[in-house]
Structure formats: structure tokens, C-alpha cells
Write a protein that binds this ligand. Structure first.
Ligand SMILES: [Zn+2]
Length: 412
């Protein structure tokens, strides 16, 4: 029943989905499920059903931007909201006070958690659905979007048999996706790979994955010693966020394991300082650290409708990246337009921006001497690292994202 429903809806064509939804015959329950599945498919985080004087406005939020889904009749909106309230076990009669609840929507391969909230407005109740879809999709390493130089260094780092490799970036910057891509490639049957995660976001065949459970007092630092007794060749630590986890991770990295871990920092050099901030011994850190991958995400221009940017004002920004482009290639920045595929927003999905620092030679010494992040970064650039700021410009020059979106990283 559910599978049939999914196949009937053309998830690439919003108007078809809406047409199917607006069929009066569609039961409210199916409309709700279809809306949620459609939103998940479009990587939306929220769906809003907002009352107006005569009808309801349906919208969703993708990559932080609100996009219209359509206008639906008053009766349709009320039916959807009433059904959702029943599903979320909210009081159906209560329309004057905000309410909160949760529903589960079944999809063929997983269950989608949805947080439901209602809020009274002058024209009736507004419904907001927050999609808590924490699934991480596995992407092949070559398709993550690392530029050539960064990929070369990453492959070099993956070739080590022991040491520490950090992945840093703000929350929601795709760190898990990067780690899964790396582990999936390392998982060729010749190594025992164990992950400790909070939570496990993607099941990978061939890996042993353990989820921490803070309520059971099983945090990273509690689980790791037990994991080490199982003698893995490669360990992935979801996050180094306390002194003890930092200590165990470093000890493992120094004594024969290849350890991958995320740490909170916005740049690669900043990650080194995050570890020092967690009382990592500078000498041990310098000896164990092989490299750091720092990343961030920017909105991707819709590949179907983005148009060439015809302005000379950005030449200054783009001149710097000319040497990074393949010989003969010229920058081809683009701007957003909007079409049906992107629901008029001009954007679809996200593009990952990377910098990969190699910790060797002088940089290793700089880590040991606890040099400032800007000093470590400058030395890495000297060593050939393309910093995030420049990677962001490169994404603009290749027409993947807009200069306006990239400014946040360029000016950082
Ligand atoms: Zn488009």
C-alpha cells in the first residue's frame, strides 16, 4: 500500500504531487504521508500549512529557504490539520492554545520522525511539521566534491596504518557523510573497522558500529576502552567532546590504530586548537596527528535553471582562483533564476567546501609548539593547502554556488 503510493507520486515534479494531493478523494492520512515523503525526498526540513482568510498556504523549507507548495482550499487544510492532530495524539478540540506532538511516517526503507506543532493565528490554527530525518546518504568518496589537491592529500592520509585524522566543521556541515565515505572505501575486508557514534546515522556493511548512550552512562570515553580491547585496525569516533575521549583517541592513534574523529572547529587549524583545548598533550598530538579535513556546506545553484552571471564586478574575487582552474578554463560564475524543478528558489541541494591540512614536517613542529591557528594555516597554505575561503571561491567560479552565498566563507 505504502510502496504503491510512493511510486504513484512523481517526486521530481512538485505540481504532480500537489495535484495528486489536492484530489478531493485523497484521504487526509495519505495526504499527510505523501507530503512528508515528498519533503524528505526534497531534503526539506519543515512543512507549513498556514491559514489565510479564505484558504491555506502550503510551504516547505529546504536548505534554510522557504518555498511555496501551493494554495489549498479551506476544507482541505482543516482536514489535514485535524488528521495530523489525531495522529500526533493532540487534543482535537483545542484550537486556541499551541500544542506539540510527534508522528511517525513509514517510508519503504525507514521510518521518518516528524515533530508536529500547532499554533493559533487570527485565521485559525497553523500547522508546522519539522522533519527529523537524520539519515545520512552514502556518497562515493570521489563524488564528495573535494578538489584534486585535497583529494590527493586525503588519499595519502587514508594510506596510514595508524595516527589521528580529524574532521571538523559546524553542525550539519556533512562531516558524517565524509566519514562514512572514507570508511566505506577503507572497508575492503582487510581491516577491522569499529565506529562509536551518537547516533549511528548510516549502517555500513562490514563495519562494527556502536551507539553511545548517555542515559546509560555510556559516553564515548566509556565505550572506547572496550572497543580497543576488540583490537580494531580503524576506529571512528563520532565526536571528541571531552578531555577523556581526546586522551583515549590520542593513545589509540599513537599505539597502532588509525583513528578518525570529528571535533568542533570551523577550520582545520582551528581543530588542532580544539584538541589542545581538550588538554591534548602538544607533543603527543603533533606525533599522532596525520591531518585534518575541515568542511562546510553552501547552497547549490539549481543545475536546471542557473544562468551565467554577466557582471564584471566580481573579477577581483575570481582572479585569485584562476590558477586553480584546469589550464585554459575560465571562471563561469552563475546566478539563481528559478524553475519548477527548484520550486522557484533557484537552488537545489548543497555543495560541500573542503580544506585538507597535512600534519607533517614544519606543521608538526608548529602543532607541538602550540602555534596560533593563523600561523598553522599560513604554513599549510605554503604546503599547498587550498583553504576553505579559496575553495568557496572555486565553487563560485565553477558556477556551483553564488558569490553571495559563498561570502560567509570567503570573508571568514
Ligand atoms: Zn531551477
Amino acid at each position: 500500500m505504502i510502496e504503491k503510493d510512493v511510486k504513484q507520486v512523481d517526486t521530481r515534479e512538485p505540481s504532480a504531487v500537489l495535484r495528486a494531493l489536492l484530489e478531493d478523494k485523497t484521504p487526509a492520512g495519505e495526504s499527510l504521508d505523501t507530503l512528508v515523503r515528498f519533503a524528505v525526498h526534497r531534503r526539506a526540513t519543515d512543512i507549513y500549512c498556514s491559514p489565510r482568510r479564505d484558504d491555506y498556504q502550503l510551504r516547505m523549507r529546504c536548505d534554510g529557504v522557504v518555498a511555496p507548495l501551493g494554495i489549498v482550499p479551506r476544507a482541505w487544510g482543516e482536514r489535514l490539520i485535524n488528521h495530523t492532530k489525531v495522529d500526533a495524539r493532540l487534543s482535537g478540540d483545542e484550537r486556541r492554545r499551541p500544542q506539540d506532538g510527534k508522528i511517525l511516517v513509514e517510508d519503504p526503507d525507514h521510518t521518518i520522525d516528524v515533530r508536529v506543532s500547532t499554533l493559533p493565528t487570527v485565521f485559525g490554527e497553523e500547522l508546522a511539521l519539522r522533519i527529523l530525518d537524520r539519515r545520512v546518504r552514502l556518497i562515493e568518496l570521489d563524488k564528495l566534491g573535494l578538489h584534486q589537491r585535497a583529494m590527493e592529500v586525503l588519499r595519502e592520509l587514508m594510506g596510514y596504518t595508524h595516527g589521528l585524522i580529524l574532521v571538523s566543521g559546524p553542525a550539519g556541515s556533512g562531516k558524517s557523510t565524509t566519514l562514512y565515505s572514507i570508511l566505506n572505501e577503507l572497508s575492503d575486508g582487510t581491516r577491522k573497522i569499529h565506529t562509536v557514534e551518537d547516533p549511528v546515522e548510516c549502517y555500513l556493511p562490514g563495519l562494527d558500529q556502536t551507539q553511545v548512550n548517555v542515559k546509560l552512562k555510556l559516553d564515548f570515553s566509556d565505550v572506547l576502552p572496550a572497543v580497543l580491547r576488540h583490537d580494531p585496525d580503524v576506529i571512528m569516533i563520532g565526536e571528541i567532546r571531552d578531555v577523556e575521549t581526546a586522551r583515549v583517541a590520542l593513545r589509540a592513534a599513537a599505539t597502532g590504530q588509525l583513528v578518525f574523529a570529528t571535533v568542533h572547529a570551523s577550520t582545520a587549524a582551528g581543530a588542532v586548537h580544539s584538541m589542545l583545548g581538550l588538554e591534548a598533550n602538544p607533543h603527543v598530538l603533533a606525533g599522532a596527528l596525520r591531518g585534518v579535513i575541515a568542511q562546510d556546506l553552501l547552497r547549490r545553484l539549481c543545475p536546471q535553471c542557473a544562468e551565467p552571471l554577466e557582471t564584471a564586478t566580481d573579477t577581483l574575487v575570481l582572479d585569485e582562483i584562476r590558477p586553480l582552474l584546469p589550464t585554459g578554463a575560465t571562471p563561469s560564475p552563475r546566478q539563481a533564476k528559478g524553475c519548477e524543478a527548484c520550486m522557484g528558489t533557484g537552488h537545489q541541494g548543497l555543495v560541500a567546501i573542503f580544506e585538507v591540512l597535512r600534519c607533517s614536517g614544519e606543521i608538526e613542529q608548529a602543532v607541538e609548539q602550540e602555534q596560533r591557528p593563523d600561523k598553522i594555516e599560513a604554513m599549510s597554505v605554503e604546503d599547498g593547502m587550498v583553504p576553505l575561503r579559496l575553495s568557496a571561491k572555486l565553487a563560485v567560479a565553477k558556477g556551483f554556488t553564488t558569490l553571495r552565498d559563498a561570502m560567509r566563507l570567503i570573508e571568514a
